[in-house]
Design a protein around this ligand. Structure first.
Ligand SMILES: [Zn+2]
Length: 145
């Protein structure tokens, strides 16, 4: 029995094979997957996957890679509104994907986003899925199926 605790199953690469990929993953023992949001642009996509597929859970957050193109106040407010809208969703698991990535962007901007999201996690008593610093080679199990 396996649980894929971090993936981006909403990304376009899965658009034409999502149902088949999830069916295959389950056939080899994956019993659940946790899909991470990366920015306000995909908050609805990840929650819809949880509605559309059995045993798919989701987190809402702003990945450090996307922080440079966002206004922090607006984006964090969007995240808070998405949390409010989904906090009772049975497959909403917490804040993610968030973190610091020293290989790209401005560290102060990422830190500001990171702290704001940790505060939301604390305020709403939610777990957080943190991207380890300098991790650039994270693999997605379902990408290799
Ligand atoms: Zn990720």
């Amino acid at each position: 029995m396996w649980i894929d605790t971090h993936n981006h199953f909403d990304f376009p690469v899965f658009a034409n094979s999502r149902a088949k990929d999830w069916q295959y993953a389950q056939s080899i023992g994956v019993v659940a997957q946790f899909v991470m949001a990366v920015s306000p642009h995909n908050f609805n996509k990840v929650s819809k996957l949880a509605d559309d597929f059995a045993n798919v859970y989701f987190a809402l957050g702003i990945h450090p890679m996307f922080t440079a193109d966002l206004d922090k106040t607006t984006a964090v407010k969007q995240l808070q509104m998405a949390i409010e809208a989904n906090r009772l969703h049975p497959r909403f698991i917490g804040i993610g994907e968030i973190g610091l990535d020293g290989t790209l962007g401005k560290m102060q901007v990422q830190t500001d986003f990171f702290c704001a999201q940790l505060k939301l996690a604390k305020d709403y008593d939610l777990a957080d899925e943190v991207l380890p610093m300098h991790l650039t080679a994270r693999t997605n199990k379902l990408n290799t199926i």
